[in-house]
Design a protein around this ligand. Structure first.
Ligand SMILES: C[S@@+](CC[C@H](N)C(=O)[O-])C[C@H]1O[C@@H](n2cnc3c(N)ncnc32)[C@H](O)[C@@H]1O
Length: 319
C-alpha cells in the first residue's frame, strides 16, 4: 500500500505529517463517515505544550469546527478524552468540550465509558480507571450497524418459558448490544500492541467504532493519529483512512505498523474477547497477527446472514 502524504481521492491511507489544521485545508466538505480521535489532554505530555484551559478550549474548537465541515451528513464524531488535572483537581474534558459540539449543532448519541484495569495509583483520590468517548452525529440519519458489533449473550440458549413466545430464544441470537460501558485493556507496557507512544488506542476499541459507524469503502479520519491505530482499525476492515500527526517519530511508528500489517506480522489483541489469561481459561484467546490482505481477520462474533430479519425487543424500543 502506498501511504499518501496528502489527500487524494484514490488513496487508501493519507498520513499528513504536520498540524491537523493544515490537513483540513485539503479535505472537501462532507467527505468522512467517521472521525475518531484522542486529542492532547493539555497535561504537558512530551507531545504537547500546556496551555491555559481557555486557550486549550479555543484550539480544540478550531479542530472540531473543521471536523464538522468534512463530516459526511450520515457520519459520526467520536472524541475520546479523560481528565485535565490542575493542582490535584480534575476537570473531565468531555464536560468542557460538550458545549462546543452541541453549539455547533451536533447530536449526542452516547457517552461511552471505556473502563480498563491499569493505571497510576492515586493517593489523594480514587485511582482513575476509565475515560470516555463522546459520540455525536451530524444529523438524525446516521450509519449505525449494531449487528456488526454485538457481543455474546450471557445465557445464549435462554428461552421464554411462558406466554406466546414460549420456547423461543429470549435474547437476540446475533448477540447483545455491547452497551455504553466497554471493558477493554488499555495499552500499557505488557500490552501486545505497545509502542513508545505514551497514550495509544487499543486497536479493538477503534474497530468497534469503525464497524458500527461506517461501511466498507468509507473514509475514517483521526486528526491526532499518533501511532496510526485508527488507520490500522479502518484498513483492517476495508475502510480508507486519513490521519495527521506532528511528531516525526510517531509517523515512523505508524509506517512500521502498517508495513507489519501488510506482511501479516502486526500482533493485536483480538476484538471482543476476554483479557488473555496465559494460565489458559477456556475463554482466553492469544493475540492474533493481522494482515490487510486478509480482510475481516477480526471476525464478527456471530454471523448475521442467517438471522438478519431478527429483531429483539431490546432493539425496537428506540431508547
Ligand atoms: C493522545 S495522542 C493520540 C494517540 C493515538 N490515539 C494512538 O493510538 O497512537 C495525541 C497525538 O496528537 C499529536 N498532536 C498534537 N497536536 C497535534 C496537531 N495540532 N496536529 C496533529 N497532531 C497533533 C501528538 O503528537 C500525539 O501523538
Amino acid at each position: 500500500m502506498i501511504i499518501s502524504p496528502n489527500y487524494k481521492s484514490e488513496a487508501e491511507f493519507v498520513l499528513f505529517e504536520g498540524n491537523c489544521l493544515n490537513l483540513f485545508a485539503q479535505l472537501p466538505d462532507d467527505l468522512v463517515k467517521l472521525i475518531v480521535t484522542s486529542p492532547p489532554y493539555n497535561l504537558g505530555k512530551e507531545y504537547e505544550t500546556r496551555l491555559t484551559l481557555d486557550t486549550y478550549i479555543l484550539e480544540q474548537r478550531k479542530v472540531i469546527q473543521e471536523c464538522i465541515r468534512v463530516l459526511h451528513p450520515e457520519g459520526s464524531i467520536c472524541w475520546q478524552v479523560g481528565n485535565y488535572v490542575d493542582g490535584g483537581e480534575i476537570i473531565p474534558l468531555d464536560i468542557i468540550l460538550y458545549p462546543i459540539f452541541s453549539k455547533l449543532g451536533l447530536h449526542m448519541r452516547n457517552r461511552i465509558v471505556w473502563h480498563y484495569g491499569h493505571g497510576l495509583h492515586a493517593s489523594k483520590r480514587f485511582s482513575g480507571r476509565y475515560e470516555v468517548i463522546i459520540w455525536f452525529t451530524k444529523t438524525d440519519k446516521y450509519t449505525f450497524n449494531l449487528d456488526a458489533v454485538r457481543v455474546p449473550q450471557k445465557y445464549p440458549g435462554k428461552r421464554h418459558f411462558k406466554g406466546p413466545k414460549r420456547g423461543e430464544l429470549s435474547g437476540n441470537p446475533l448477540g447483545k448490544n455491547p452497551s455504553d460501558v466497554w471493558e477493554i485493556p488499555n495499552v500499557k507496557s505488557n500490552h501486545i500492541e505497545k509502542t513508545e507512544h505514551p497514550c495509544q488506542f487499543p486497536v479493538e476499541l477503534i474497530e468497534r467504532l469503525v464497524l458500527s459507524m461506517t461501511n466498507p469503502g468509507d473514509w475514517v479520519l483521526d486528526p491526532f493519529i499518533g501511532t496510526g491505530t485508527t488507520a490500522i482499525a479502518a484498513l483492517l476492515h476495508d475502510r480508507k483512512a486519513i490521519g495527521a500527526e506532528i511528531f516525526a517519530k510517531y509517523n515512523e511508528i505508524t509506517r512500521q505498523r502498517i508495513e507489519k500489517a501488510q506482511n501479516g506480522k502486526l500482533r493485536i489483541r483480538p476484538m471482543d474477547r476476554p483479557v488473555y489469561d496465559p494460565e489458559g481459561s477456556v475463554n482466553s484467546q492469544p493475540p492474533v497477527e493481522v494482515n490487510f490482505s486478509r480482510k475481516n481477520i477480526q471476525p464478527r462474533l456471530l454471523d448475521a446472514d442467517d438471522n438478519s430479519a431478527y429483531r429483539s425487543n431490546e432493539d425496537d424500543n428506540n431508547l
